[in-house]
Write a protein that binds this ligand. Sequence first.
Ligand code: ATP
Length: 283
Amino acid sequence: MEDALKRALGTAVLRPTGHTGGGCISQGRSYDTDHGRVFVKSNSRSEARRMFEGEMASLEAILKTQTIKVPKPLKVVDLPGGSTAFVMEHLEMGGLNRHSALLGTQLADLHLHNQQLGEKLKKEGSTVGKGQGQTEVQFVAQFGFHTVTCCGYLPQVNDWQSDWVTFFARQRIQPQMDMVEKKSGDREARELWAQLQLKIPSLFCNVEIIPALLHGDLWGGNVAEDDSGPIIFDPASFYGHSDSSCPIVCMRAMLTAELESRQENYITGTVRRGLDLLFFFTE
Ligand SMILES: Nc1ncnc2c1ncn2[C@@H]1O[C@H](COP(=O)(O)OP(=O)(O)OP(=O)(O)O)[C@@H](O)[C@H]1O
């Protein structure tokens, strides 16, 4: 692993610092290199490259907005034996404490960034672009992302949609319901979802939703701080509705965790509770 990393990073020095940081999914370790300190996440599953490429694209997109600190992504590297590594800037992270208010402000800046670009473009009468990938951040007029991002190992459908409700229902909740159906055959959950889908558009009547670049998997385990302020990491970004992504992400994370651990009876209960909750809010 170390030789492959040295080659990929063009460094003669690759010295472990002793800092490790494993999440539920990957192993993490920091190294000193010729070009500074890096944090390397590695994973041996076949889905790892896709997962890390999504994380790298997400970090690049957030970084370009210059609104909130994220580790600078460097490279996704294939390792001998089929593992994959994702190399990024090492940050000295501590638990969020002093900077939680600033985290709120900077998240709002991130979520408003695309809208503000749109307003600026309107003023200047410029043309509107779509998607990331250019050197300058372009205004994005649709919901989605230019690449697949993963929730755990699960790929998320990020195909561009011009309408938020379609994106949310079809590409976020529906794939989870399909998995529930496949794994536990919970027909009641399917019926509840069919009824609920009809109600969702009424929640968004006369609401103008401007696509906002989201972290996409924001929870306490993916925020930290250093002396300079808050840090967010491990994103699964997309352009979505900034106000409603949080409950969706929570519900999806709950479902994903249950699906991955295959406790099928519990999945059924979790889905029902999630749907009941959504029903409650839509009545
Ligand atoms: N750039 C970094 N520099 C230093 N430490 C880091 C960096 N990124 C992550 N860490 C540490 O590693 C831990 C795990 O990171 P991360 O959440 O990205 O891993 P993961 O395996 O993808 O986690 P999850 O199970 O949430 O998907 C973090 O809690 C943090 O302590």
